[in-house]
Write a protein that binds this ligand. Structure first.
Ligand SMILES: [Fe+2]
Ligand SMILES: [Fe+2]
Length: 291
């Protein structure tokens, strides 16, 4: 049976970008200008409560069974089919109101991320990964609650680490009383590898499942684990990783600063950049994606 949520429980944030702003507070860029620091402090005062509520809901409902249910629901990909560029434009219809700090839309964030990667001379599949990495946020357009689309991700099926942001809210998660799930390893074993680990549900896992047959493996790791801050920043789930994960996480770590720190008030020229990205899409991805 599906739980029903009130509007406030579906959208605790005024904008889904609020959680990323919160990530920036937690992991500021080393060379961040003083003005930005001041802005983030103000942000903290005004938005901290809604971000906290967002994580309360996220940590309460993201249980092993919830993830299984969401996978059954969304990995059928029976909602829409369209070319990738159109999917990005579809994502861009996700307009958040009431947040004066947000000048950039989804497409602009994705282009800025990708262009920063391109400027640094990385391979083209890395640039493409930067461009599409948040495409999974279309889940919001299918009526999914914000806390089932964005936010830090973490493994389910084993003990929640206290290195995950707001760990105290896991006390409301049903898995905490389930002895199958509440030990250090839970249903997993030492070094079993992340491919055997179920992550909390959101835009990362969803897009990974969409792209898994088409992109090089480092790209797939970046897509699948880019919100897994408890590992790529805090190393909290080392005990579940194998050597291959460790090698691939170097790429996840390489990607993260482009995602977090490439935001720039100057909007990219979408029209000018479109042909380059259309060609990249055509090189790696099928002519249409199923959402
Ligand atoms: Fe993301
Ligand atoms: Fe992003």
């Amino acid at each position: 049976m599906k739980a029903s949520f009130s509007e406030k429980e579906i959208n605790p944030l005024q904008s889904i970008e609020q959680w990323e702003d919160d990530v920036l507070v937690r992991y500021p860029a080393a060379n961040q200008p003083a003005k930005a620091k001041e802005e983030y402090r103000n942000y903290e005062d005004t938005k901290r409560e809604s971000v906290k509520e967002f994580y309360r809901l996220n940590h309460t409902y993201q249980s092993y069974d919830f993830v299984t249910e969401k996978k059954n629901e969304f990995l059928k990909f029976n909602r829409k089919e369209m070319p990738v560029w159109n999917a990005m434009e579809f994502l861009n219809t996700l307009v958040d109101d009431s947040d004066p700090d947000i000048e950039l839309d989804q497409l602009q964030h994705l282009l800025q991320t990708a262009e920063a990667i391109r400027r640094d001379g990385h391979p083209d599949w890395f640039v493409l990964t930067g461009f599409i990495h948040d495409m999974g946020k279309v889940l919001c357009l299918f009526g999914e609650p914000q806390w089932a689309v964005v936010g830090d991700t973490f493994p389910v099926g084993c003990k929640f680490s206290d290195k995950v942001v707001y760990p105290e809210f896991f006390s409301h998660n049903p898995d905490i009383d389930n002895e199958k799930f509440n030990t250090k390893y839970g249903i997993y074993s030492h070094g079993c590898g992340l491919r055997n680990v179920t992550m909390s549900w959101g835009h990362d896992e969803y897009l990974y499942q969409i792209t898994k047959d088409y992109l090089p493996e480092p790209a797939l790791y970046m897509i699948r684990y880019h919100s897994f801050y408890a590992q790529h920043r805090e190393n909290a789930y080392e005990h579940l990783m194998d050597d291959h994960d460790r090698e691939m996480f170097e790429w996840v770590k390489k990607f993260n600063p482009y995602d977090l720190y490439s935001k720039n008030p100057v909007p990219p020229n979408v029209k000018e950049l479109k042909p380059y990205y259309e060609a990249l899409i055509a090189k790696y991805l099928p002519s249409t994606v199923k959402l």
